[in-house]
Design a protein around this ligand. Structure first.
Ligand code: FAD
Ligand code: FES
Length: 250
């Protein structure tokens, strides 16, 4: 992990309440899909954790939803040429073994962004089946990136585009045809819970990336601890954010 002062190349709206921030670091940064950045926002003592969506040498892209004051300030304060302070790369990231050839990615809300990084990382070497859930048409973005895999199903709550329902429902309708060797997932906790109960009893490894509130992002403050199944705790920032779905209490 390094503390970097990067130069903003672009910070623009790409869908309803969603922004894409691209910045250039002074040198290339090696980032694994599922790793994240802690982004310093002027005027806020705590950095904001945001998953890396694209890493291309020294160019890094993060996509974020306007949520509270920090992300709103990030959208309004930073434009091309500004300097921004980031800690990068953080967390463990996803890992897929050599034998796991068919990979399903199941994402919802801002959870689609680390999964776009996974699609980019594995599109050449694996068969990727992506199930991406959005509230409605206005929230859909990065479609070109999501299409890099073998198949893409877009699910919307209101049925305005693609499958009407959740990404988990769309995935479970396909699971026996696709026969994935591994599932990578990220999204709101109710979505991850639904995935956990839908896949229970199957001999299928499922990895989830958790989005806990964070303070430091580097394992020091314990703001982000989650409960482990069978007792004990883990720091989402340092031990995660990616865990086996059976390892953690959701
Ligand atoms: C590993 C990880 C990856 C993430 N990746 C993305 C992403 O790719 N795109 C995206 O839009 N969002 C992502 N989030 C969520 C994002 O961090 C929060 O939406 C953001 O911090 C909200 O900040 P705010 O000041 O706008 O909101 P406020 O609610 O005002 O934030 C107040 C405080 O709570 C923290 N906080 C609030 N909600 C969250 C949350 N869900 N997760 C962690 N901290 C939170 C903030 O960092 C801040 O310290 C990720 C979170 C984690 C932990
Ligand atoms: S955010 Fe500080 S220990 Fe995880």
């Amino acid at each position: 992990m390094r503390e970097l002062t990067a130069t903003v190349l672009e910070n623009k709206q790409i869908a309803e309440e969603i922004y894409s921030l691209t910045f250039a670091c002074e040198e290339p940064v090696k980032v694994r899909a599922g790793q994240f950045a802690m982004v310093g926002v002027d005027g806020f003592p705590l950095r904001r954790p945001i998953a890396v969506c694209k890493a291309e040498g020294e160019r890094i892209t993060l996509c974020y939803r306007l949520k509270g004051e920090g992300t709103r300030r990030l959208a309004s304060r930073y434009s091309r040429g500004e300097k921004i302070s980031v800690l990068l790369p953080l967390g463990n990231g996803f890992s897929v073994t050599e034998e796991q050839k068919r990979v399903a990615v199941v994402g919802g809300g801002v959870g689609i962004f680390p999964l776009i990084a996974a699609i980019r990382e594995y599109a050449e070497s694996k068969e990727i089946y992506a199930y991406m859930g959005f509230r409605g048409k206005e929230a859909i973005c990065m479609q070109y990136e999501m299409q890099r895999g073998k198949e893409l199903v877009i699910a919307t709550d209101d049925g305005s585009v693609g499958y009407r329902g959740t990404a988990v429902q769309a995935f479970m309708e396909d699971i026996d045809r696709v026969k994935p060797h591994v599932v990578l997932a990220c999204g709101p906790t109710p979505m991850l819970r639904a995935l956990k109960s839908a896949t229970a009893g199957r001999d299928l490894p499922v990895y989830v990336s958790l989005e806990e509130r964070m303070g430091c992002g580097v394992g020091a403050c314990l703001v982000c601890v989650c409960d482990l199944r069978g007792g004990g705790h883990a720091r989402v920032c340092k031990d995660g954010p990616v865990f086996g779905i059976g390892e953690v209490e959701l």
